[in-house]
Design a protein around this ligand. Structure first.
Ligand SMILES: Cc1ncc(COP(=O)(O)O)c(C=O)c1O
Ligand SMILES: N[C@@H](CCOP(=O)(O)O)C(=O)O
Length: 471
């Protein structure tokens, strides 16, 4: 399997090459030359597999340059009960017949990011050891990618993590989870700005090809294809858990920000998984909902990006959206380049009224909705009252929109993206009491914290990286 860029660079690249490269040199995102198709026989054979085996079967279709025995060993050591605190890895919780929550937050940092990031850590280690290389990871986080990357990479030989986060905008738990790490290979840089400023810096640094090569810069955000492909696995897993036969269809509701999670659902659907609808849910930062309702994609400036009670979704420029638009445009890289140039110039583009936009729903199954602070409080309260289940603020956004888009006879699976303990402040507002905290996380906020505060300035960040790598 070879990879190409959404902006047109078609120099064939292997999985291991793009794993280390992150962003393509032309500024685009990598995608496989074609999506592997899953046969009926494979689907039937995969239904009863343990998570690690299912992950192996799916990822081997994409990571064809990793010997199967090695890949199987990597997935086996990643997806364990020890790491995810449950043998099912991603249990399905049924709220009522036909309405489910897929638990994805049982990993070390209590968010769905661990599902892919734990694998990424092991893949990096494997590929770097094989090549005798080191890697300096530059990442951007709105709260969950950062801690999951740091937990996956801490203490790993030959890897350093430089993580940019929006200063003062994460929950107290998220902040403490990241900033309390004292490992010498972890650097937390709190940027005066929003997540999009951090993500712009990651892209600017990646687009400085000389710096990227000299400093051996890699990425852990979902611009890295390996993140997305690891997320494809749980769509299959959720489908098998919610159905009895492969003739059934299901819909997934996905709380969305950077479009990575739902992009994985799009890929699972393209591979042949019987998904009817991909229901995209945003918070008040509703750029993506606006696109899926109207065909207009209008990114917002930092000053127009709200700080909400589902802060991990406070994103107004969704990286992975480019991957979907590439597919929507029939993989015409010239058209994608032109749209992104227009976005750069004018801050928006529109596909409204075009045959392409009609296909967003009819061919690709996307529908969308948005949720506000009041909606989220209401959904958290109702879910607790009706089902005795406490959900986090992001999952609440997903559930709220799922209920609006639910169809009779089609099971709806809401992807849980974090545990409520990470967003205690809002949970107390909704329920009048603190949500349960898994064992081992008590007093997290009292630990000493280590971080640097910086301006949203790519040059300043580059100087910091160079000073700490010695390269
Ligand atoms: C808790 C939580 N929910 C939802 C999202 C949105 O996911 P995505 O950015 O993949 O759309 C994120 C971050 O990305 C998150 O951390
Ligand atoms: N919500 C994310 C933002 C980064 O998204 P990613 O999936 O591209 O890494 C976060 O919590 O950091």
């Amino acid at each position: 399997m070879q990879y190409l860029s959404t902006r047109g660079d078609a120099t064939p690249k292997s999985f291991s090459e793009i794993l280390l490269a992150g962003l393509a040199p032309d500024g685009g995102l990598y995608l496989p030359q074609q999506y592997p198709q899953v046969t009926k026989a494979e689907l039937a054979a995969w239904r009863g597999l343990p998570y690690a085996e299912l992950a192996f079967e799916i990822i081997r279709k994409f990571a064809t340059d990793i010997p199967p025995a090695d890949l199987r060993a990597i997935t086996a050591r990643t997806y364990t009960e020890q790491v995810y605190r449950t043998p099912a890895i991603t249990p399905l919780k049924t709220l009522e017949p036909g309405l489910h929550i897929l638990e994805l937050s049982n990993g070390p940092t209590l968010a769905f990011k661990d599902m892919a990031m734990q694998l990424l850590g092991n893949l990096f280690e494997y590929v770097l050891t094989r090549a005798g290389q080191e890697l300096n990871i530059l990442g951007a986080t709105s709260g969950d990618t950062g801690s999951s990357a740091e937990y996956a990479m801490r203490g790993k030989h030959g890897i350093r993590v430089f993580m940019l986060s929006p200063y003062g905008k994460m929950s107290a738990f998220q902040t403490a989870q990241m900033f309390s790490l004292q490992d010498p290979n972890i650097f937390n840089l709190a940027v005066r700005g929003v997540f999009d400023d951090c993500q712009d810096i990651v892209k600017a640094v990646s687009n400085d090809h000389a710096f990227k090569a000299r400093q051996k810069i890699g990425t852990v955000n979902s611009i890295n294809w390996a993140r997305v492909v690891a997320q494809v696995v749980y769509y299959f897993r959720g489908y098998f858990a919610a159905t009895r036969s492969d003739d059934e269809v299901v819909s997934f509701a996905v709380p969305s920000g950077n479009f990575g999670n739902i992009c994985a659902g799009h890929i699972a659907r393209q591979m042949g998984l019987p998904i009817r609808r991909l229901v995209l849910a945003t918070n008040e930062n509703d750029v993506l909902d606006e696109f899926f309702r109207t065909g207009v994609y209008r990114v917002r400036a930092s000053a127009e990006t709200f700080h909400t009670s589902s802060p991990s979704m406070d994103i107004s420029k969704a990286s992975n959206f480019e991957r979907f638009i590439f597919d929507l445009c029939g993989r015409d890289a010239a058209q994608v380049r032109a749209l992104w140039q227009q976005l750069e110039r004018e801050g928006s583009f529109s596909l409204a009224g075009t045959p392409l936009f009609a296909e967003v729903g009819t061919r690709y199954g996307f529908v969308s909705g948005r949720s506000t602070h009041a909606d989220r409080l209401d959904t958290i309260r109702t879910t607790e009252a009706q089902y005795g289940v406490i959900i986090d603020t992001h999952t609440a956004d997903g559930l709220k929109v799922a209920l609006e888009q639910r169809e009779a006879g089609v099971p709806m699976i809401v992807l849980e993206t974090a545990l409520p303990a990470k967003f205690e402040e809002t949970l107390v507002e909704a329920l009048g009491r603190k949500p349960p905290r898994p064992q081992g996380y008590a007093d997290l906020e009292t630990l000493p914290q280590r971080f640097e505060v910086m301006d949203a300035d790519a040059e300043q960040i580059k100087r910091f990286i160079a000073a700490h790598t010695g390269l």
